[in-house]
Design a protein around this ligand. Sequence first.
Ligand code: AMP
Ligand code: ZN
Ligand code: FE
Ligand code: FE
Length: 286
Amino acid sequence: MNTFVDLHMHSTASDGSLPPEELVRQVKLAGLSAMALTDHDTVAGCALAAATAAAEGLDFLPGIEISCEFPRPGTMHLLGYGVDIHSPALHELTRRLIAGRTGRNARMIELLQSAGIDVTEEELLAEAGGGTVGRPHLAAILVRRGFVSSVREAFNLYLGQGGRFYVDKETTTSRQAIAMIHSAGGVAVLAHPCQLRRENHAQLMTVIKSLADQGLDGIEVIHSDHRESLIDHLSDLARRLGLLATGGSDFHGSSKPYITLGRAGRRRIPREVFDAVRQRIAKRRP
Ligand code: AMP
Ligand code: ZN
Ligand code: FE
Ligand code: FE
C-alpha cells in the first residue's frame, strides 16, 4: 500500500503545542501509517505516544532530537530513532542537556529583566508545562505580553543566534551523540542539513562525510525547510555515502503554524523511508 509517514515532530514534552496522545491522533487523522516522535533532548513523551499509536493502529518509532556543537551561524541537530527509552546512557545525556537549559533559561531571563522586560522563570516553566524548555516558549510569552507581534519577530529581534537575549545552550559533540544513540540501540540521522548553513555543496559534503566517519546512519533529506534542489542533492549524497535518506515535517503545532503534519513543502514522505529506518535499527541489534 502506498502510504505516507512523518519521522520528525515535537510534542509538549518539548516545544510542540500538542500533548503526545493528541499529536498521535492528529497523525492518524492526517492519514499517515507511521510516525516517530522526536522531542528536543527528551524521550519523555515516547511511552504515551507509543501506547496511543498502538491503540490507533499506527507504526511508531521512539525518537529524540539532540543539539550538537557546531560553528555559527549553523546549528546541528541529530535525530535518534529506535532508541531504548530506558537506556542509562540516554538518560545521562538528556539530564545534562536539560540541566544546561535550566541555567541558560535563568541567564536569558536575567538579560530580559535587565532590559525592563519582566518575564519570570516561573512563567517560563508554566509555559513549557513540564516539558523541555526552549526559546519558542519564551517567544510565546513575549508575543502574549505584547513585547513583539509574532514568534518570528521574537526570534529575529531577541532570541535568535546573535540576538540581544540569546544565550548559547549546553550541547554535546556529534561524536558523543552518535555513540549514545548507538549504545541505546538506535540509529543516528542528521536533521535538516540546511540548518548547518554551509555555503556550498562541497562544504556540506565535508561535514556529512565527517559525520559518516563518526558512524552517522542517515540524513534527513525531506524537510519543511528544504528546497527541491537541496532534496535532490541530499538524496544523491545519501546514496553515494550509503546513508539512509529520511524525511519529516518538523511539526511543532501552533508555534510554527506554517508546518503541517506529514508534509514538507510540496513533498510527502513515502512509507519506504520508515521501513528502511526500522530495518537499519533491527540490523544494529544483535
Ligand atoms: P532552543 O532549543 O531553545 O535553542 O530552541 C530551538 C527551537 O527554536 C527549535 O524548535 C527551532 O525550530 C526554533 N527556532 C529557531 N529559530 C527560530 C525562528 N527564527 N523562528 C521560529 N522558531 C525558531
Ligand atoms: Zn523545536
Ligand atoms: Fe531541529
Ligand atoms: Fe525538530
